[in-house]
Design a protein around this ligand. Structure first.
Ligand code: GLS
Length: 830
């Protein structure tokens, strides 16, 4: 229960909390107070970390009144809340965003200066919470930013991993993973509430019992449990006074020490129990787009979902709330299949704990959930073995079986006699082992199912879930992804932001389609000159950073060619690499004069999943090729390869504003959407890309002339695949390709070792599942067009400005509007 035990009589007890003054003086007072009272130090004795933590607390104080008020307002209005269920949130640093949301940048900068401190130095002290792998986790962070900015009640639910995505280092060019100790120096942005912990049960068995009313009920008798401790984070809207909540759960042992074991002297056993429980939220699984079918992963999924459902019912709803009306108050968005176990969990809560009949419970449940699919790779669709599910969550497995039975009855009714179809659509897969197809369960339970870009949604309907879209055509929809312009333009690219605001006013920050008003400026010589100056200044900023961070020297005046994303075969970093090797091979063998090359620096940023051998070998190969290219005297000033380690949100915010060329070169039909593609275009990079994911829509909006398209489209890929793809034939027939591959095979990049890169090169030659060799020539041709355009700086700048002007559609505000209108059926609060 909440609130005081008796009615408060002190006048301050019911007054809303005040906000510190927005003046430089007020800020300094608040900051020094935090330094003294929170950190327990004076300014003269404070470390940079003390100063950063005090600054974070200060900014939090400015947000606090709004946060408390947001909660009060939402509860009072009984507004419908979006419960965003996501196993990942790739938040990036918090301080800059909080300063932006409170309009405190200038005040803080001046105030700190008066204290002899530098805001940039304090900002650099923050370790970003890397609680996600890549696009999927970052998307969740963009979405909750947009909902707060659009004044929509939302609680983001997830896991407070003690270790987020690993810190990548390179040792002799190979990826070595280091633990991400993001909590080590303090975590000023979180508010733990151990008193509001939730118990989560696992294991055991179920029993049937007949109650006094003669009704038979099922009871789950679990074998063990853990506690979920909520940690709240502020999610501030941009200058609108709303602050939503992100609630991340941390696992703890129910009893820190089992007293009996402890007293018996078996300390080790007592501590083991604690360690076992805490393991659940210990680390983020570092796989992106391909799941790990591990027991601990399922424990994580159930853990956070069980905490989150319980939390909303117990703490956000009135005590006498009738759960039959639950869909009026919450809509849960399932961010991929990771939280899908929430479906049987809600059924269990309603039936076993709230005495609902099955049909009543199903009616509520199917109106509470929607499902977003983020992939097409068949190996990425989660299937949990029934053996494991039954052992860990026996009651949930029973419920899933029953949902499946009733669903298959419906299928049989809709398609009488078509038993093969019924078997195809069963949530229970029989091969290679009996398991629950979580995507099917999600599709059956959800009101709406969406893909994340037009092409992806169409392929989802036609190829991944065709039987389901035939049965329920209206259930399927598309919402093309978006990115937040606050972090990825305003915060990351202040120079471009100022230039835009000077031209068209500052309304674009919350209404990104207004970037269209920039179109006429694409032909304005003065604006174009300033635009070039912004790009150049951003490159200088990046140069300074990379020098200090990685010891990398970026040459002046180069075309900055950027490929930043997770390392995955389908994304085809190997194709980019073949381009580089080919340039190197041609110049060093005298086939091409270096003076004919457009001076270019290729920047890679990519982490490989630790167990993904080909991906890790590709990283090694990129680093080996980079070493040769960068050391070749012929290529000095002409071609350079930079691969800064540990690409993360913080580095993205530096790299993207400096980029000229955006590499989006996945095999068509494989990248569900991509969101880096949007961030780069919005910052004035031109895209070289395939007709894949959201590239399709980017190209349509910016226009063919301002986008370098290459490669097969999805139907052509399907056709080649059906015909039988033979990568060797491309090697045989394309001399340029052959020379590049032969150079790698010769051991040139591996100190003479001809087999060092077998896993990468033999794979390309013999299997090449993602058809890099088939698209090679087309890619090379498109790169020639890039060089031609770049040689004409006026034309290039014009294209770059038009990319900015025409990509306002890719704001996550627009994406959220689409979800609100077509999926969640709710409106912002007034
Ligand atoms: C991903 C897709 O691979 C990306 O194409 C997509 O942009 C992102 C967000 O929808 O989701 N799916 C996934 O498992 N990881 C991703 O980044």
């Amino acid at each position: 229960s909440f609130g005081p035990a008796s009615t408060p009589t002190h006048p301050l007890a019911t007054a809303p909390v005040g906000m510190p003054s927005h003046s430089v003086d007020g800020f300094v007072r608040e900051f020094l107070h935090e330094l003294n009272t929170n950190q327990g130090v004076t300014l003269s004795r404070s470390s940079v970390n003390d100063q950063y933590l005090a600054l974070a607390s200060t900014v939090k104080n400015y947000l606090m009144a709004r946060w408390l008020e947001t909660g009060r307002k939402t509860r009072e209005a009984k507004a419908k809340t979006i419960g965003y269920l996501s196993a990942e949130y790739l938040l990036g640093r918090q301080l800059g965003n909080a300063l932006l949301a409170t309009d405190l940048n200038e005040v803080a900068s001046k105030g700190l200066e008066l204290c002899g401190l530098d805001l940039a130095t304090l900002r650099a002290q923050e370790v970003e919470p890397g609680l996600g792998n890549g696009g999927l986790g970052r998307l969740a962070a963009c979405f909750i930013d947009s909902l707060a900015t659009m004044d929509v009640p939302c609680i983001g639910y997830g896991i407070r991993y003690e270790y987020g995505i690993f810190r990548q280092t390179f040792v002799d060019g190979r990826q070595v993973e280091q633990p991400d100790t993001w909590l080590a120096l303090g975590s000023p942005w979180e508010f733990p509430h151990p008193e509001a912990s939730v118990q989560v049960n696992f294991g055991g068995h179920t029993e049937k019992a007949t109650g006094a009313d003669g009704k038979e009920r099922t009871r789950w008798v679990p074998a063990w449990n853990v506690l979920g401790v909520p940690y709240n984070y502020m999610v501030p809207g941009y200058l609108n006074g709303r602050v939503n909540t992100l609630r991340l759960w941390s696992a703890q042992a129910t009893k820190a020490f089992d007293l009996q074991i402890f007293n018996s002297g078996d300390y080790a056993q007592a501590v083991r129990a604690q360690t076992f429980a805490e393991n659940i939220s210990k680390v983020l699984y570092p796989e992106d787009s391909t799941p790990q079918g591990k027991e601990l992963r399922l424990q994580q999924q159930y853990f956070f979902v069980a905490c989150s459902l319980r939390d909303f019912i117990d703490n956000e709803l009135e005590e006498d709330f009738d759960l039959h009306n639950l869909p009026e108050r919450i809509t849960y968005q399932l961010n991929d299949t990771h939280p899908v176990i929430a479906v049987p969990e809600l059924m269990r809560l309603l039936i076993d704990e709230h005495d609902f009949a099955w049909d009543e419970a199903w009616e509520v449940t199917r109106h509470c959930f929607n499902y977003t699919c983020h992939t097409l790779l068949p190996e990425a669709l989660e299937v949990w073995p029934t053996e494991l599910l039954g052992r860990l969550l026996p009651r949930h497995l029973e419920i899933i079986y029953q949902i499946n039975e009733e669903f298959l009855d419906d299928v049989r009714e809709a398609f009488p006699g078509d038993e093969i179809r019924a078997r195809r659509m069963s949530m229970i897969a029989e091969h290679p082992e009996r398991g629950v197809r979580m995507a099917y369960l999600a599709t059956v339970a959800a009101s709406k199912v969406n893909g994340v870009a037009e092409l992806h949604s169409q392929l989802l309907r036609d190829k991944v879930l065709p039987d389901f879209s035939e049965l329920w055509p209206d259930k399927f929809t598309n919402v093309t992804n978006g990115v937040t312009p606050r972090r990825f333009v305003k915060l990351a690219n202040p120079r471009l932001s100022d230039l835009i605001s000077d031209a068209i006013g500052s309304g674009w920050v919350t209404d990104l389609e207004r970037l269209k008003e920039l179109e006429p400026y694409a032909d304005d010589p003065e604006f174009k000159e300033k635009f070039r100056e912004v790009k150049a200044a951003n490159k200088t900023r990046l140069t300074t950073l990379l020098k200090a961070r990685d010891g990398i020297e970026l040459p002046d005046g180069h075309l900055l060619d950027v490929m930043v994303k997770r390392l995955h075969e389908y994304k085809r970093q190997s194709l980019k690499l073949l381009h580089i090797v080919s340039l190197y091979e041609q110049v060093t063998s005298g086939k091409l004069s270096a003076s004919d090359l457009t001076p270019r620096t290729v920047v890679f940023g990519a982490k490989a999943a630790p167990g993904y051998k080909i991906a890790k070998d590709t990283i090694y190969l990129i680093n080996k090729v980079a070493a040769k290219v960068n050391a070749a005297p012929e290529l000095e000033g002409r071609l350079k390869v930079a691969f800064p380690a540990n690409y993360n949100v913080t580095l993205a915010e530096e790299l993207i504003p400096a980029a000229d060329l955006s590499e989006q070169i996945s095999l068509a039909g494989m990248e569900a959407s991509g969101t880096g593609n949007m961030k780069l275009a919005l910052n004035g990079a031109l895209t070289i890309g395939t007709d894949d994911g959201a590239n399709v829509e980017i190209r349509r909006l910016v226009g063919d002339k301002h986008f370098f398209l290459f490669g097969m489209n999805e139907p052509q890929v399907a056709e080649l695949s059906a015909k039988g793809y033979d990568p060797g034939s491309y090697y045989q027939s394309n001399e340029q390709l052959r020379s590049a591959l032969d150079l790698i095979l010769s051991g040139h990049f591996s100190d003479g070792d001809q087999h060092q890169f077998d896993s990468v090169v033999f794979n390309l030659l013999n299997e090449d599942r993602f058809m890099a060799l088939a698209d090679f020539q087309s890619y090379i041709d498109a790169q020639a067009k890039v060089e031609e355009r770049y040689a004409d700086q006026e034309a290039w700048t014009r294209s770059a400005i038009l990319n900015v002007a025409r990509t306002g559609y890719f704001s996550s505000d627009r994406a959220m509007r689409d979800y609100l209108q077509r999926i969640w059926h709710t409106t912002p609060m007034i």
